[in-house]
Design a protein around this ligand. Structure first.
Ligand SMILES: [Zn+2]
Length: 444
């Protein structure tokens, strides 16, 4: 989820904590590098911003649809539960996904059209809830909402294992997995981590947009240089439980530490390649090399603000600009006017499925075909690629992969085979470690 963009669009951005000054310095330095490295690519010729290569529009074919339908598609990240909380006060009567719901990007009719076989539904609450002491309680309410949703609709069934996913898919239903977006929700307690696992969580992101006491985020000032000793303990406990460690949103140093410590495959549930779109949220090449050795999976984020090179530039300067405008316009109304004008002048281009294939191509080149998957971020972000504005759009990505020369077997690995293999490996590692007692230390 990219709540930053969402929150800002609703004028709720004022409570942000700290200035990620170092991250911004890196971004500014990288912008200069970007110009140099893209001299040979088509550009607009004026702003000098990185542009994607030009590809023809994606046209769905019979073959594309057939290949898509023959695969098992598991998406790593969907924030519909957050939307149900925010738009409908947790009520599935008010936001009934059995019918088309234009106010969100996800409902059952469109999941079916998109050919989704498995979905990680996301438990998310704002990182600020950790300081307020309400993070765990609010997270449990999101777990409850997801369980109520799965129980309410016959099309959905809870999946706790890779075998469950395959069985539920064979029954014609959508396998519903649960992921937790941010370690702040355990509030420094391994007991709570275990409770999340009991309630069905099969991955947890180590941070969201702010540092925890034990792990650095990509979009906060570095405090720990990656993971603290307790952070390493969290990773080991996740290995013992069979929960996948998720490195979306964490700093590159936290990614490296997690990959060093974890004895099971690590995933990025909704992240793309930094070399293609230079946002600090995306995965750098040396980490892709570690992912290859770890047999992990980077599940690409569809949000154009992270995937489109120009969108990533717009998002990179977002916080810096906001702070500068606030300093310049102390009056709220004047600030809002200037902020709106800046956003209008820095739109995020949608792009097409080919932008996403650029990320897949790069990850395949660096980490291999077994290490890439899909983590759309639907209902957690803003602008999505053309024809892929909602969960009905996945077949366009399959078509673009075919158009770019991918064969059916490899497409099916990307769609779901790779994450299923990683989940199975995490389960096997948990079985290996099952003789070990739960870690008793509660926090650092
Ligand atoms: Zn996110």
């Amino acid at each position: 989820m990219n709540h930053d963009w969402h929150a800002a669009s609703h004028g709720q951005q004022l409570g942000r904590r700290r200035t990620p000054a170092i991250a911004l310095a890196v971004i500014l330095a990288c912008s200069v590098t970007t110009l140099a490295q893209n001299a040979g690519e088509p550009t607009a010729g004026d702003a000098g911003m990185r542009r994607p290569r030009i590809y023809p529009p994606v046209v769905l074919t019979e073959r594309g649809l057939r290949v898509h339908r023959a695969g098992l598609l598991i998406d790593g990240h969907n924030d519909l539960p957050w939307q149900i909380r925010e738009k409908a006060n947790f009520s599935l009567d008010r936001l009934d996904i059995a019918v088309l719901q234009p106010s969100v990007q996800t409902d059952l009719p469109r999941l079916r059209r998109g050919g989704v076989s498995g979905q990680f539904w996301v438990v998310y609450v704002d990182p600020g809830t950790e300081r307020a002491g309400t993070a765990t309680a609010e997270a449990l309410a999101q777990f409850d909402l997801i369980h109520r949703m799965i129980e309410r609709y016959d099309d959905l069934e809870l999946a706790l294992t890779a075998d469950d996913v395959e069985r539920i898919h064979a029954d014609g239903k959508i396998a519903s997995l649960i992921g937790v977006e941010g370690g702040h929700m355990i509030q420094n307690s391994l007991d709570t981590l275990r409770e999340f696992h009991r309630r069905g969580a099969r991955y947890m992101g180590l941070t969201h947009s702010e540092n925890t006491d034990w792990a650095d985020s990509a979009t906060d000032e570095p405090e720990h240089g990656g993971l603290t000793p307790f952070g390493e303990q969290v990773v080991r406990e996740m290995n013992r439980l069979g929960m996948l460690v998720d490195i979306a949103h964490v700093s590159a140093d936290t990614m490296r530490d997690a990959l060093r410590v974890s004895t099971a495959p690590v995933i990025a549930s909704h992240s793309s390649a930094y070399s293609v779109a230079r946002h600090v949220r995306n995965v750098p090449d040396d980490v892709l090399g570690m992912i290859k050795r770890n047999r992990g999976v980077v599940m690409i984020n569809f949000f154009s603000g992270y995937s489109h090179p120009v969108g990533a530039e717009a998002m990179s300067n977002y916080f810096e600009t906001e702070r500068a405008l606030k300093a310049r316009y102390p009056e709220e109304a004047a600030f809002r006017k200037a902020w709106r004008a800046w956003k209008d002048a820095h739109p995020i281009p949608a792009g097409t499925a080919h932008v996403l294939v650029d990320h897949i191509d790069h990850i395949v080149r660096v980490a291999g075909i077994d290490c890439v998957g899909l983590g759309s971020d639907y209902d957690g972000a803003g602008r999505m690629p053309q024809n892929m504005e909602d969960v009905a759009g996945y077949p366009y990505l399959t078509q673009a992969l075919l158009d770019r020369g991918y064969n059916e077997r490899d497409i099916h690995k990307i769609m779901g085979g790779n994450i299923l293999r990683a989940l199975r490996a995490a389960e096997a590692q948990a079985t290996t470690l099952s003789g070990k007692a739960p870690t008793e230390q509660k926090s650092q």
